[in-house]
Design a protein. Structure first.
Length: 268
């Protein structure tokens, strides 16, 4: 039995199938997904159905595109021109698929590894991040989850503080875990920053942190590409942009990749 962590699929089901063939995925293996199962690629519905059908053999954390789909299905978020998950919203099993997706965690911790989508601010250990992620998960699972979705978007507060409460507290947790690329050592995050170079006063979020004992697996940052460090692996290698879809076997850190044709153009 082996466990494979897989980068941002983003609706690229054909590439996922080819990657599973490359790793010789069997019924005894498990798959971890670092978020953004959907959007930008052409076959989000098939990705969701496949991953959900894996049951306990799959571990999934929520990414920003997953939350965007959840919010749109709930009638909270408007469609965008570059959305490509109309197949999900129109599917006869959309309610079941979106109920399942909404209940995925923000952080998954198991053995020597932890998994999230975007990043963690310097003040959060992995254990603290798991606790904070559980606060968001409770809001998404609760009867007032639509209220949470209405307040989820926005760039403020921009600095983490343990004294934060209510929607502000949940919003910055979501922003850090699903949208952040840059931050400073004081816990101030930059939500809209793209590219690979931070503006003055900021760092790449993982350069601002002291590594934990566990290795952290993330996605979200296709411009940066594959990142492999002793205690960090960034697995978003830009499949939807014409890069590759990547998988890391956790037992020995063997890396597998399949090249992708690409469905979007950089900047699109």
């Amino acid at each position: 039995m082996a466990t494979y962590a897989i980068g941002d699929v983003q609706g690229c089901f054909e590439e996922l199938e080819r990657l599973l063939g490359e790793i010789r995925f069997s019924s005894n293996d498990r798959l971890w997904f670092v978020g953004d199962l959907v959007n930008r690629g052409p076959r989000s519905l098939e990705v969701l159905r496949f991953v959900r059908a894996l049951g306990e053999r799959a571990a999934v954390v929520l990414g920003n595109h997953d939350l965007h789909l959840v919010a749109q299905h709930a009638g909270i978020e408007r469609a965008r021109e570059d959305d490509t998950f109309a197949d999900v919203l129109a599917a006869p099993d959309a309610d079941e698929l979106l109920a399942w997706l909404r209940l995925r965690p923000m952080v998954h911790v198991e053995g020597e590894y932890a998994m999230g989508h975007a990043g963690l601010v310097p003040q959060w250990s992995i254990e603290r991040a798991r606790e904070l992620g559980a606060e968001v998960a409770r809001a998404l699972a609760g009867p007032r989850y639509r209220d949470f979705l209405r307040h989820m978007y926005g760039a403020r507060p921009e600095r983490w503080d343990e004294r934060l409460a209510g929607w502000d507290r949940l919003r910055i947790i979501v922003n850090a875990m699903t949208r952040m690329r840059f931050c400073d050592r004081g816990g101030r995050i930059e939500v809209g920053g793209k590219g690979t170079q931070p503006r003055l006063g900021y760092q790449r979020w993982f350069d601002a942190r002291v590594p934990d004992e566990r290795t952290l697996l993330v996605g979200h940052w296709s411009q940066l590409g594959l990142v492999v460090r002793p205690k960090l692996v960034g697995l978003d290698s830009g499949c939807v942009w014409g890069g590759a879809l990547s998988a890391l076997r956790l037992e020995d850190r063997a890396l597998y990749q399949v090249r992708c044709t690409g469905y979007q153009h950089p900047g699109g």
